[in-house]
Design a protein around this ligand. Sequence first.
Ligand code: HEC
Ligand code: HEC
Ligand code: HEC
Ligand code: HEC
Ligand code: HEC
Length: 221
Amino acid sequence: MNWFGNRLVTVVLTVAVLMAASVFVTSFTNNIKLPDNNQGYEPVQPIAYSHRLHAGELGIACLHCHHGAERSKSAGIPSANVCMNCHARLTAPWVNVKAEDDLATKEKRKPRLIISPELKKMYDRIGLDDNLRPDSTKTPLPLTWMKVHNLPGFVSFNHSAHVRSGVQCQTCHGAVETMERVRQVSDLSMGWCVNCHRDANRNGINGTPRNASTNCIVCHH
Ligand code: HEC
Ligand code: HEC
Ligand code: HEC
Ligand code: HEC
Ligand code: HEC
């Protein structure tokens, strides 16, 4: 049996046993942290998309691109259409476009379309040519990104339950709006989840009382 299968069996068995003997619960849940947790993981992405620029400087709301976070289990990653709302026209940093415009005026010609190397990767990927027209020699493909956060398959997590009860994105993900490249800030350990649930039950979230379960089956079913 493979590694994942083994672990899944262990979890199912432990959950079953401990549910029967819930005395163990409090001491058990405090410090579980697997050695393979990826805290600090900061993978290089295929396109150097910056949260610092878009969510920080430009102030685009998190939910504009991750609207799933409010309504469903997954926050979701936006498709290229969302990017193209701006980048169909905005093809390079404004200073570069302006420099070309100035030069064109001086040379009495039409300005050329300036495409930055980083955005060119996106246009290539979605099958556009250097004039941003569909290129018949290219197959349009969806953007792909390296996943930063990964919970094991035997844990169920639901964004909307958290976001709707008033937990901020930043509480779990850190100050993403300052990150050039997204990094896993929390360790995503069981202790991390359970400690917040206990704290929420004691103190509420932003003053509103919450009932965040610490039952094994809530997170492992
Ligand atoms: C303009 C669209 C856009 C906005 C606005 C945006 N994001 Fe993202 N987000 C993305 C894209 C694209 C990715 C995938 C590439 C990457 O990881 O940088 C991503 C990835 C992430 C990830 C990592 C997902 C994983 O793989 O585990 C987190 C966490 C995240 N965003 C949180 C936020 C938060 C919090 C905000 C608001 C402060 C925000 N995002 C605003 C587009 C956006
Ligand atoms: C209670 C903690 C918590 C809060 C609050 C939270 N997240 Fe997450 N987020 C996680 C965890 C845990 C994962 C990994 C989920 C997995 O691997 O199944 C994740 C994954 C993601 C991903 C990767 C894609 C996905 O859906 O799995 C994105 C994007 C993301 N979060 C964005 C956001 C944004 C935007 C907000 C605020 C609107 C937010 N998160 C609020 C804990 C949180
Ligand atoms: C609301 C408009 C808007 C949206 C939506 C948007 N961007 Fe941007 N993006 C900008 C602006 C403005 C700049 C900065 C231009 C400048 O430097 O003058 C920029 C810059 C960039 C750059 C850097 C370009 C360079 O070479 O310096 C990349 C890469 C990029 N965006 C990718 C994306 C991706 C991928 C998405 C979708 C997930 C996206 N953008 C969504 C407005 C947007
Ligand atoms: C920062 C605090 C915080 C963290 C961290 C956190 N949670 Fe929660 N969780 C809550 C709150 C608050 C609720 C909602 C209670 C309510 O609805 O009143 C909740 C609810 C839940 C629920 C019940 C959802 C439902 O459908 O009712 C599950 C399952 C859950 N969390 C799993 C997790 C897992 C798994 C993790 C870790 C990966 C985690 N949580 C981390 C605060 C947190
Ligand atoms: C609030 C959510 C939550 C609750 C409640 C919870 N767990 Fe977990 N559990 C997790 C997360 C998240 C992980 C994954 C941790 C990691 O990968 O570091 C995990 C991992 C585990 C593992 C695997 C450890 C390993 O070394 O592979 C076992 C076993 C486990 N939980 C048993 C339980 C039992 C028994 C209970 C009830 C007493 C329980 N869990 C309650 C979130 C939870």
